[in-house]
Design a protein. Structure first.
Length: 528
């Protein structure tokens, strides 16, 4: 019954998505098709499994590879169609020429800049826009005052950009890049509203190079989507970059790493039926399992570090989160550089789970292959019903052994499973978790914000049956709920290959954390 309801919900979602996409014509339909091609193989797999038809691994892999290829092809068609139906609006450009009925950087805007007030037509909200970090997460609380605002308690604008610098910055705009129509002070820099005259990546590169020629390295340029969904350029002094890690924060990082290693040893002892701190003779037995959990965490961080180094981005040290139940919840890592674009955000965010998750999966598969009668751990086969992915892999490797009430498994199986859980928790689409950053990189801030709220609500519901979810919900709510600060070029999205990889990562997260239904477990022969 549960499987039927899930399938019914999936089909209903597809129909709802099509109804929403159809008014946008061919572009909408192509986007809708993209959203379903990666889900289709898994929907087919679970649909057939629900009626007792099981596809082998080779067929499933072929379906996944084929759907990924179709996804990428649809993406190229979508971009081509977008370029065809949305060329630069020449008539709009002509209406904005000086002397027309629309005001373009007229004296009122100049006066507003000098007086420290922004015209009401530009009111960049601090949510989703860059600013002067007031804490280690790079959040900003400073709001530009709006002329005529009745809010007497609105924070004052920081020292306004000089008139000379403002005029030099205005000189970078042109009819072939970004045609500025209005300007206003924004914190200790300026915001420019206007029209984009080309591909966002090319425009940003040209504007940034021109700014560097005129102003050196004194200012950073952000190309963003404003609150009104129109392009917005913000220029801020380089002093608005994220703050480096302080010595005190380094000390906290080291303390948390030591505490996490201790909880990994404690978890290893619990798995083997003893308390390592009450009986130190068992310490050698805990070291290799506890060290294995720690190695997955370290490899995860190495993934982030390797990709960050490739993109010339500085990262803070990892702040590990100890947990007695599974050794660790992972770690929190902060960007200490302004990211150039959303592609870099995606690459660095996905690299950690890719490294750590791959190692965990290798441990799991090797552990299953090495499992035999008399292995260290003996667990009920119902144990494998706790994860769709692990249950299916165990059924594929152990075969008929999964029909028994108990099965002997190698310790690497447990180690790999724990690693996958830690990886999946960090891939949840919330805030500044790896999954939240991936969603922000692919779909933008609006979708990322909604996914964060949905994830926290879902964890709150799951808490009723799994107390472990409560701890992670608290971590997200108090430490990681805010989105990552904007990159310099927020308009250019990652390519379709990265989008496909991101969707696959999110799907695997669900496959790791969701349990098998009793009916599907029985059909698969899992559980005695």
């Amino acid at each position: 019954m549960v499987t039927f309801l899930i399938l019914l919900g999936a089909i209903g979602t597809l129909i709802w998505g099509f109804r929403r996409a159809r008014p946008y014509g061919k572009i909408g339909v192509l986007a809708w098709l993209q959203s379903i091609v990666l889900v289709a193989p898994w929907l087919l797999f679970f649909s057939l499994s629900a009626v007792g038809i099981f596809l082998n691994f080779a067929v499933v892999l072929t379906l996944i590879v084929s759907s990924t290829g179709v996804y990428i092809w649809l993406g190229s068609q979508l971009r081509a169609e977008s370029r065809r139906v949305m060329p630069p609006n020449v008539s709009e450009f002509r209406a904005e020429q000086p002397g027309s009925s629309r005001a373009v950087d007229q004296p009122p805007n100049q006066a507003a800049l000098q007086s420290g007030h922004a015209p009401s037509s530009i009111n960049p909200s601090p949510e989703g826009l860059p600013g002067n970090p007031d804490n280690q997460h790079g959040r900003t609380e400073v709001k530009p005052q709006v002329k005529g605002s009745s809010d007497e308690h609105a924070p004052a604008i920081l020292e306004t950009i000089s008139k000379e610098d403002l005029q030099a910055i205005k000189g970078i705009f042109g009819i072939d890049t970004f045609y500025s129509t209005e300007s206003a002070p924004y914190q200790d820099g300026a915001a420019f509203k206007g029209n984009l005259r080309g591909d966002a990546a090319v425009v940003y590169q040209n504007l940034s190079a021109s700014l560097s020629e005129r102003m050196g390295d004194r200012y950073d340029l952000y190309l963003l989507e404003g609150p009104d969904k129109k392009p917005l350029v913000i220029v801020l002094p380089t002093t608005n970059a994220p703050l480096p890690t302080t010595p005190f924060q380094w000390i906290i990082s080291v303390i948390l790493a030591i505490a996490t290693f201790v909880t990994c040893l404690e978890t290893a002892g619990i798995l083997q039926g003893f308390n390592v701190f009450q009986d130190s003779t068992h310490l050698p037995d805990s070291l290799w399992i506890g060290g294995g959990i720690m190695s997955i965490l370290v490899v995860h961080e190495i993934g982030h570090w390797v990709k960050a180094k490739q993109h010339h981005v500085r990262l803070s040290p990892p702040f590990f989160i100890p947990a007695l139940q599974i050794g660790s919840f992972g770690s929190l890592t902060r960007f200490e550089s302004i990211l150039p674009n959303r592609t870099v955000l995606f690459d660095i965010s996905v690299a950690g789970p890719l490294f750590g998750g791959t190692l965990s999966l290798v441990f799991l598969i090797i552990g299953l292959l090495l499992s035999h009668q008399g292995s260290l751990f003996q667990v009920p086969t119902s144990f494998f019903q706790g994860s769709v992915l692990v249950g299916l892999l165990a059924r594929a490797v152990l075969g008929s052994q999964m029909n028994q009430a108990l099965v002997d498994i190698h310790p690497l199986t447990i180690l790999g499973w724990l690693g996958l859980i830690i990886t999946a928790l960090n891939l949840m689409p919330a805030g500044q978790l790896d999954g939240g950053r991936i969603v922000q990189a692919i779909y933008g801030r609006t979708i990322a914000r909604r996914m964060t709220i949905a994830t926290v609500i879902l964890l709150g519901v799951v808490t009723l049956v799994q107390p472990l979810a409560l701890y992670w919900a608290i971590v997200i709510l108090f430490l990681q709920r805010n989105l990552e600060r904007p990159s310099l070029n927020e308009l250019t999205e990652p390519n379709d290959i990265r989008a496909a990889l991101g969707l696959l990562a999110l799907f695997l997260t669900a496959a790791i954390l969701l349990p098998l239904t009793p009916g599907l477990s029985g059909q698969l022969g899992i559980g005695g």
